[in-house]
Design a binder for this molecule. Sequence first.
Ligand code: ATP
Ligand code: FE2
Length: 334
Amino acid sequence: MWTLGIESTAHTLSFGLVDENGIPFPSSSATIRPEKGGIHPREAADHHKDCAAELLKNLLDNNQLSADDISAVSYSQGPGLGPCLRIGAAIARGLSAKLNTPLIGVNHCVAHIEIGRQQCGCEDPVLLYVSGGNTQVIARLEGKYRVLGETLDIGIGNMLDKFARAQGIPFPGGPVIEKLAANWLAENPECNMDGLELPYAVRGMDLAFSGVLTAALRLVANGKPLEAVCWSLQEHVFSACVEVAERALAHTGKSELLLGGGVACNDRLRTMCKLMCIERESFSYAPPKMYCIDNGTMIAMLGWLELGAGRITEFEASAIDQYLRTDQTPIIWA
Ligand code: ATP
Ligand code: FE2
């Protein structure tokens, strides 16, 4: 009795599993890394199509399973890039029909949240969901995950990737920026921000990153060391996110903060969240990094939860929804 999860919202195709008790097993994944330019949805979809069979076979082999051991198939129904989502949904429908198992289309953003809750054992957190396409501060209220604040323009990860790409650093740029920033800090422990200031991204409860991106690019163009700008960029945008998250904790009266999404792999951001939570006698949680980036296991986990609560997706209702929002999915499992 295993639930298979299929993630295909953007750059990554990933298959993951949870067992009959909802225990997660590591995913089998592949990510497209264009030599130049950003992610092209069609090219990413072709990449997913080409590597799907091998990834699924690897997942089953690694866990000494056969396809017949799969008792439910879950997939990302949205949000994401249309061509990529359609590949994942087509694979899911095909497997579900062939294996005669229930099909469950789930919300990708909510899956980031639920794998984090499961891994960290927190009850009712405020979520700081920071990924390529999304930057949201979320809290559970009246049966839905409500978005209390979010980016008004681009996602924080996209901003980091764009900045990196302009310096010749390939996708994903976030981890390289993290390393360069850490190098700068090791050599400049006095943390002098003179000449490295950037606009601040907070807009009430919302955030905005495109102005910060333009200003950071200008600093490099004006001759500031790349490592220094990476450090300043991280300090500015992570502080903005942590500030909004802190305000959300204050307004909701909750005492747990949970990080999710690919940018939550960043150790500087993790430290900032910890420090903020210590100061307000709250708790900060971050899942293992393999469950922060896009992964099939989180899709399997949410599918397992929803199936347990009696929800399945009929074929007629299995179309993808590029614009599905975090607050559209009723929380029927908790
Ligand atoms: P979503 O559909 O939820 O927006 P996504 O498609 O952006 O997800 P994720 O795997 O959740 O995919 O996030 C990828 C992003 O995470 C990329 O922008 C990448 O640069 C960023 N990232 C990964 N590791 C780090 C890190 N250590 N520091 C900063 N950013 C990181
Ligand atoms: Fe994601």
